[in-house]
Design a protein around this ligand. Structure first.
Ligand SMILES: [Zn+2]
Length: 492
């Protein structure tokens, strides 16, 4: 079995061959922290989280780098409007982003570097480009000269003339070519700046990703990801400046996710069809949103509507109802076992089980194989989820057709459910059912111990400790009641 990924650089699906066997280095462009993140950001984050988690499931050790652009025109403009410092705006929205990601249950990246913490690396990279003749300075600004890099355009698959026609380019007489892009911007009045060989200034947007990805992953690494809107010019420029500086190939596989449309229209602030992550999570659970987003292939556009997310919620409910039924069958069977002597039922069941057992094991292995086949094919989570739904349906039919259920069949249902949950965990779905009950159990265990300690304090007249336990719990919304029958607790 091999993993195949669609590579924007070659426009085809290719076998994923890591540079270092068993390891994957992956860089995904992050957000510019100047505002609350919207559903489009959520899609990108969840997709690359899914890709990373699947690679880990397949045994790769993944180094996942995801940056923050924390110095940029948008940040500076917002700071001016709010009459505060640009770094305050950046800090605020970095924290908001982290909170959103936590709420979306996106796994933290291996590293989350910030542009402003890598100014030294950025300056070194620009200096190298200048020394090698790929960059030129005009009045404190430094530009990359695209005509010095003959492969410019290889990612977006356009020639330079097409790009000139297609891109909205600022006319800047100082540039050798309209497509030349800025590496270093000289500081304007009131803007944040750093000292550099070209005078005080700040990095252009593209250069930070080259500096940070090469710092943490090396000159050549496995996967570079981002939204489709970043292919040109951002990723095209990243390739040009990285390969020009290092003389080596940059990322090997370029993965790009599709856009989010809102009610069939492109999402945009001007159309006011705009949903922030917070607004969406006020209406649905993160699991619901994740199921909805991953039910479409990551490269395709997705149409977001609250009713579609509601549908995902209903689908989740159906899956959990099935889990609930299976759990019930297992617990009823357990209770039955305790009451009866084991010899009457167990023995004959064992004898007939071998052939059946094999059949059931095969079915479960097939589910795993089907799931992996879908995911190996360019992370087709939509198809993988379809296979999990099929398995849930099959469990329902099986229960329906077996009103008198044997031990071996119960084992099958249990294993099938565990497999659906395990495979679902790779996508971050179907996890709430078990988690809730587990959490409740561990909470109960913990409270039992704590109340035992408190009672011991009371009987030894350590009133202050006993009272402290009570008042601290009260602060957390847990009320304790001492009654004749014993001590009881309840959560608000
Ligand atoms: Zn980037």
């Amino acid at each position: 079995m091999e993993i195949r990924v669609y590579n924007t650089l070659t426009n085809k699906k290719e076998k994923l061959i890591p540079i270092n066997p068993g390891k994957i280095g992956m860089y995904v462009c992050g957000v510019t922290v100047y505002d609350d993140c919207h559903i489009g950001h959520a899609r990108g984050a969840i997709i690359f989280d899914m890709i990373r988690q699947y690679l880990e499931y397949r045994g790769f050790q993944v180094t996942y780098i995801h940056n923050f652009t924390d110095v940029d025109d948008k940040i500076i403009n917002r700071a001016k409007k709010e009459n505060c410092r640009a770094c305050d705006v950046a800090e605020k929205y970095t924290a908001e982003y982290c909170r959103d990601m936590k709420n979306l249950e996106v796994k933290e990246a291996t590293r989350e570097p910030k542009a402003t913490e890598h100014i030294g690396e950025i300056i070194d990279l620009i200096k190298m480009l200048q020394e090698k003749g790929f960059a030129y300075e005009v009045g404190g600004d430094v530009f990359f000269e695209i005509n010095k890099f003959p492969e410019y355009g290889k990612l977006s698959n356009r020639d330079v003339d097409q790009m000139r026609a297609g891109a909205r380019i600022d006319i800047d007489e100082r540039k050798h070519d309209p497509l030349d892009f800025v590496l270093w911007k000289s500081a304007k009045e009131g803007e944040p700046f750093w000292e550099s060989p070209w005078g005080p200034g700040r990095p252009g947007w593209h250069i930070e990703c080259s500096a940070m990805s090469m710092k943490y992953l090396g000159h050549t690494f496995d996967i570079h990801g981002g939204g489709k809107d970043l292919i040109f010019p951002h990723h095209e420029n990243e390739i040009a400046q990285s390969e020009a500086a290092s003389g080596k190939p940059f990322a090997r596989y370029w993965l790009h996710n599709g856009f989010v449309n809102i009610n069939q229209e492109k999402m945009s602030k001007s159309l006011q069809n705009f949903f922030t992550i917070k607004e969406v999570l006020a209406q649905c659970s993160s699991e619901q949103l994740r199921l909805f987003l991953l039910s479409t292939h990551y490269r395709s556009p997705i149409n977001f509507s609250l009713s579609a997310v509601e549908e995902a919620g209903k689908a989740l409910e159906r899956v959990y109802n099935t889990f609930y039924t299976v759990e019930n069958i297992i617990s009823v069977a357990k209770d039955g076992d305790q009451g009866e002597s084991p010899k009457s039922m167990e023995q004959p069941a064992r004898i007939v089980s071998t052939a059946e057992d094999m059949k059931f094991k095969k079915r479960i292995n097939l589910l795993k194989a089907d799931f992996e086949k879908a995911m190996d094919d360019d992370f087709n989570s939509a198809e993988a989820i379809g296979k999990l739904y099929d398995a849930v349906k099959e469990v329902n039919v099986f229960i329906h057709e077996h009103p008198q259920i044997k031990a071996v069949e119960i084992t099958f249902l249990k294993n099938m459910m565990e497999k659906i949950k395990r495979l679902g965990s790779v996508l971050g779905i179907f996890q709430k059912f078990s988690n809730t009950s587990k959490e409740t159990n561990s909470m109960e265990d913990f409270m039992e111990i704590l109340l035992e300690v408190r009672n011991l304090c009371r009987s030894n007249k350590y009133w202050d400790v006993a009272d402290l336990i009570r008042s601290r719990l009260q602060e957390k919304g847990i009320t304790i009641e001492d009654r004749k029958e014993g001590t009881f607790w309840r959560k608000k």
